[in-house]
Design a protein around this ligand. Structure first.
Ligand SMILES: Nc1ncnc2c1ncn2[C@@H]1O[C@H](COP(=O)(O)OP(=O)(O)O)[C@@H](O)[C@H]1O
Ligand SMILES: [Mg+2]
Length: 273
């Protein structure tokens, strides 16, 4: 019994034989074709693959934003399949954080109000101290009163990350979180994601097409035509506590895998597609 409990809590997310078919008949598109993979709690996974390989579909199904056609999604031990819409919405609000390429902040609200939004939606009154702490965690405590239009892209994405984390979700999903950012702002966001995994044991699953971004992860999964076709794992897993020093794991601090090696695998994949 204990073993079973242990198993369900050790993986933040489990995908078993996940399938997603859009449409029916001759127009049907198989976006996910039987994906089975576990995401251990406290790890940072990057998902890569050619355009149209099913990355966003995988992320949306795993986050309960889209219903798979077949297979199961389990989040922190809860199978999403049997949940009705209302229960799924509650689970999403409590257990899942989602970060988008385009930030998706509410323009009329301040950074602090944006961060408090998920708590309000959950019927809780956000404590100011919690909101300021969440903004402090992303280095923006001094911008609490600023609206998105008064912040840079990188700052907006950091507010979005603070908002996604304020409910202390079991897993943070990010779909191309650096896709709209310049190199410098991208590095800040990636170092931030790496840091919340290392310091708080947060689980992060990030879709990216950028090998430099993927290099910050503990593991890179490669998708092609809706299937998992390859995987790379960092030599120093987060759980051992080993920390590569600056430059040890690649060109940027916090990098775990070699961007060149990741790029080579991607090139191989795209050549074969
Ligand atoms: N809503 C949809 N309706 C029909 N086909 C879709 C829809 N969303 C995605 N697809 C198709 O599913 C496949 C995977 O898409 P997607 O998950 O967005 O890939 P990626 O994020 O890797 O670029 C593609 O062939 C895409 O055209
Ligand atoms: Mg996509």
């Amino acid at each position: 019994m204990t073993t079973i409990l242990h198993e369900t809590t050790a993986d933040a997310v489990r995908l078993a034989d996940l399938r997603r078919v859009y449409g029916t008949g001759p127009q049907a598109v198989t976006a996910l074709d039987g994906v089975t993979v576990d995401f251990p709690a406290g790890t940072f996974t990057a998902v890569m693959g050619p355009s149209g390989s099913g990355k966003s579909t995988l992320l949306h199904c795993a986050a309960g934003l889209d219903r798979p056609t077949g297979g199961t999604v389990t989040i922190a031990g809860t199978d999403l399949g049997p949940l009705g819409e209302r229960a799924l919405t509650v689970l999403r609000r409590q257990r899942i954080g989602f970060v988008f390429q385009s930030f998706n902040l509410v323009a009329a609200l301040t950074a602090e109000q944006n961060v408090g939004l998920p708590l309000k939606l959950a019927g809780r009154r956000p404590a100011r101290a919690d909101l300021v702490r969440a903004l402090d965690e992303v280095g923006l405590a001094d911008r609490a009163g600023h609206r998105p239009g008064e912040l840079s892209g990188g700052q907006q994405q950091r507010v979005a990350i603070a908002r996604a984390l304020v409910t202390r979700p079991a897993v943070l999903f990010a779909d191309e979180p650096t896709g709209a950012l310049d190199t410098r702002a991208s590095r800040d966001v990636l170092a931030l994601l790496r840091g919340i995994v290392d310091r708080h044991g947060q689980t992060v699953i990030m879709v990216t097409h950028d090998p430099v971004a993927a290099a910050y992860a503990d593991r890179v999964l490669f998708l092609a035509d809706g299937r998992l076709v390859d995987e790379m794992t960092a030599p120093a897993p987060a759980l051992t506590g080993a920390r590569p020093g600056p430059g040890a794991g690649g060109p940027a601090t916090g990098s775990r895998l070699g961007p060149e090696a990741i790029a080579a695998r991607m090139a191989h994949l795209e050549a074969g597609a």
